[in-house]
Structures are given as C-alpha cells and as structure tokens.
Design a protein. Structure first.
Length: 85
C-alpha cells in the first residue's frame, strides 16, 4: 500500500511540474505576442526579470497572486494563462 501511494505521489509531482512548464509557456507566448520584454512585464507586475524568467522556464510553482498580476499586465484572463491544464 505504501509503495502504491509513493508511486502515485511521484506521478502527481511530475504532472504538476509539467503544468508549471505549460503555464510558463503561456506567459511567454502572451508576453511575446504583445512585444514585451521580460523586464517590461516584471516592472508591470512588481517583480524582477529573473522571477519572470524562472516562471517562464517552469522553474518554480507560480503563486496565484503573481499569475493574477501577470494576467492583468498582459491584458488577458487568468484562465487564458492556465488553459488546458
């Protein structure tokens, strides 16, 4: 039983990591579509360029409030950034 739970937990972790990568990809696509640099987006969101770069790479789980600020800055719905997850 414990082995089954461990395997399921590992699989869920990989699934979530892939979702973070997809969210990052959607942020980057929307940013580029608007002709914005990572620095410009960071300024509009009140964060740093390196934080935007990490998010776009899927390097860390994005916080909901960060995603909301990004969606506002990109003038898209939050659902557009997390669509198809």
């Amino acid at each position: 039983m414990r082995e089954g739970l461990r395997k399921r937990a590992e699989a869920l972790g990989r699934d979530h990591e892939q979702r973070f990568v997809e969210v990052g990809r959607m942020v980057a696509e929307n940013r580029l579509r608007r002709g914005m640099s990572q620095q410009e987006l960071a300024i509009l969101c009140g964060t740093t360029q390196s934080a935007i770069a990490r998010l776009e790479r899927g390097g860390r789980p994005p916080k909901l409030d960060t995603l909301m600020r990004i969606a506002d800055a990109l003038e898209v719905r939050l659902a557009d950034l997390i669509e198809d997850l």
